[in-house]
Design a protein around this ligand. Structure first.
Ligand code: ZN
Length: 678
């Protein structure tokens, strides 16, 4: 095979992957896999090496081939690539459903599970078989033929709908821009953001300043721009993306897609014997049932809301006293919150930015993990990437390379917003008996270097980078060699954010900040008085942020628990009810937040957004052990490495946590971390 998508064991040849390769390559791969699996089943091989290892290799080859396409679709999107990607999705979904409903394959797995050799398998192998049996059931293996084909139809349609949802959000985001020629309209906007807006204008052959809905452009306007009219205009454009409201009204409207997604998810859940999609979602998660999730979120809301109300009242009072502003609208909150923060702590994200040049932050991050896990990270050259801004690294332990990663830090056109880690290669043993090293994609959307200076990060961006790197550690430090439970694979969704949120803690430690920060001109670390203020401001409005996350989590969970396709306008109704219960900032009538809620409609967080808070309890409680024993305590680091990072999805999350902590997690650890509980 000469198709560049199909080269084995090399890192992906990104620049050689062309949109017109994709569909033929996918067809070819799926046909080859189908033939191979049929042959295996005809031969009636029912042991690990003869069957499961072969299937694992086929699946790995498939994901190594399509992975780069999917990644490039997110980070260097073009209409041609998007078409090819979207044309492939139904094929892949069909293949997955077919495998999940393959009765012969299922009985082969079952005979291995109940066979005499099962006990000779290692923990990871056993777990991967148990997961596979569970997933066969969740793919409708037990259903009569007619219902199976309906199930397949639903799965295929759902994967198309998710992709359309994300495309609409991306198009709506890129579909809005504003040129400002009068600088006074941007009064208050920090130098960095002004520079970016000027650069954007130049790149687009415009005069003056160009504003977009990308976060590095949008957020500074909301946080610092004194021009209330402009803040409102951008806020409205942002929260109405892909909806029936706002400037792009109706153009990329996700309303019907949302309704269809929810309807089909419910139908799929019911086919499998669940009452609703929320129950189906929990079948693979750490949380035991829907009552437990609602109870968990409600308890957190009850404990946080009074503090959040006080925080919001403080903003309103401050705006009234200092600026004579009587009414605080949603588009004013960030602005006055920043002003209040500066007033109270005389600190702002912008004042901190010069202390966090990207190269220092990166080397500081690498130093943190060196101290914790005794690993070295070095930049590598001459590795092919998809964009000139991307850098690549090797991770070594005792002089041996154990993993690699790509780092794509800057926002640009045709790149999906937000930050994430994705896997490029998973750790496993190949058919030749070689260890395939894990490789990760780490993607952020920070502002690119402006005017010859390095990219200067806000402290929030530093935290984001540490967060994603925590996911990367989980993926890359694994010792498991069985792909379905290696790294982040097979980890219960509500435990996946444990290693990432855990890493954030080092951004708040004096001992670590000493080398994570250095002024980009003078090289001095964050001065003691600024450090003190940063730490004092850490929990500024943490209760407001908590209730905001709880609003998203409860909306998502209740929506998937209660949705009834026959009721009108239920999405907005549930959102309004949740806001009524937990929100402290009133949302304007035109807000259509749900139309851009890609986590649950375009990604994998459906009936799972609660996972962030759930895992935050785990991560806060895990970090508390480091606070007790020393934040760079090598033994504690080693214990975290061996109990949590290395085992990936091969151990149940609760067992994993208890192994590390010596007991089950406690909710108060999170409330203490956020300063909500003394
Ligand atoms: Zn995360």
């Amino acid at each position: 095979m000469t198709n560049p998508l199909l080269e084995r064991n090399e890192l992906p040849p990104f620049r050689a992957i062309l949109p017109n390769h994709v569909v033929p390559a996918v067809d070819q791969l799926l046909t080859a896999n189908r033939q191979e699996i049929t042959k295996l089943l005809e031969d009636n091989v029912c042991d690990w090496d003869g069957l499961i290892a072969v299937i694992e290799a086929l699946n790995d080859f498939l994901s190594q081939s399509f992975g780069p396409v999917s990644h490039m679709n997110s980070v260097v999107n073009t209409p041609e690539l998007r078409d090819a990607y979207n044309a492939s999705l139904p094929k892949l979904s069909e293949y997955q459903t077919e495998m999940g409903q393959n009765a012969d394959l299922f009985s082969a797995y079952q005979s291995i599970l109940t066979g005499p050799d099962f006990d000779t398998l290692d923990q990871a192998q056993k777990k991967s078989i148990e997961n596979a049996i569970r997933d066969f059931r969740l793919s409708g293996i037990d259903l009569p033929k007619k219902k199976q084909s309906r199930f397949a139809e639903i799965s295929k349609r759902l994967s198309e709908l998710s992709s359309q949802f994300s495309d609409n959000v991306l198009d709506a985001t890129m579909g809005w821009k504003k040129v400002v020629t009068d600088k006074s309209e941007l009064s208050g906007l920090p130098e960095n953001a002004l520079g970016l807006a000027r650069q954007m204008a130049e790149q687009n052959d415009e005069k003056g300043y160009l504003l977009t809905l990308d976060i590095p452009s949008y957020l500074p306007v909301l946080s610092y721009c004194e021009n209330e009219k402009l803040r409102r205009e951008m806020y409205e454009a942002f929260v109405t993306r892909a909806s029936d409201q706002g400037p792009g009204k109706g153009q990329w409207d996700n309303s019907e897609i949302i309704h269809e997604i929810l309807t089909l998810r419910k139908e799929r859940a019911e086919l499998l014997g669940f009452r609703n999609f929320a129950e189906l979602s929990l079948a693979t998660k750490m949380a035991q049932d829907t009552d437990q999730v609602i109870g968990f979120l409600t308890e957190l809301a009850e404990k946080s809301k009074p503090a959040a109300e006080k925080e919001f009242a403080a903003i309103c009072e401050f705006a009234q006293n200092e600026f004579d502003v009587k009414e605080i609208n949603a588009w004013d909150v960030n602005f006055y919150a920043e002003k209040l923060k500066e007033h109270r702590f005389s600190i702002s994200e912008e004042k901190l930015r010069p202390y966090f040049p990207e190269p220092t932050v990166l080397s500081g991050l690498f130093e943190v993990v060196r101290r914790l896990y005794d690993i070295e990270i070095e930049e590598t050259k001459n590795i092919e990437t998809w964009h000139e801004d991307v850098t690549t690294y090797n991770i070594t332990k005792d002089g041996i390379t154990i993993a690699r990663f790509y780092l794509d830090l800057y926002a640009r056109a045709n790149k999906r917003g937000g930050a994430w880690m994705d896997d490029c290669r998973v750790r496993r043993i190949t058919a030749k008996g070689e260890t395939q090293l894990p490789v990760a994609y780490l993607t952020c959307n920070f502002s690119a270097p402006v005017g010859g200076n390095p990219s200067l990060l806000t402290h929030t961006e530093v935290v984001t980078l540490f967060h994603e790197f925590g996911h990367g550690m989980h993926h890359m430090m694994t010792k498991v060699t069985c792909a379905p439970v290696s790294g982040v694979n097979g980890v219960a969704w509500d435990a996946v954010e444990l290693p990432s949120q855990f890493m954030e803690n080092w951004c708040w430690q004096e001992e670590a900040l000493a080398f994570i920060s250095a002024h980009f001109k003078t090289g001095e670390s964050l001065p003691p008085e600024m450090l003190e203020k940063l730490l004092a401001a850490k929990n500024f409005q943490s209760a407001m942020m908590t209730v905001r996350q709880l609003e998203f989590a409860l909306f998502d969970f209740r929506l998937h628990l209660e949705f009834d396709p026959n009721l009108d306008d239920q999405v907005q109704t549930i959102l309004n009810e949740v806001r009524n219960d937990v929100a402290v900032v009133p949302a304007p009538e035109f807000s259509r937040f749900q139309h851009g809620f890609s986590h649950i409609f375009g990604g994998g967080y459906a009936a799972g957004y609660y996972s962030y808070k759930w895992a935050e309890v785990l991560s806060a409680d895990a970090f508390a052990k480091f606070q007790e024993e020393g934040i760079f305590n090598r033994q504690t680091g080693e214990k975290f490495l061996t109990s949590i990072l290395e085992v990936g999805g091969s151990v149940d999350p609760m067992d994993m946590f208890v192994e590390f902590r010596g007991r089950e997690p406690e909710i108060d650890a999170l409330l203490k971390q956020d300063g909500i509980l003394e």
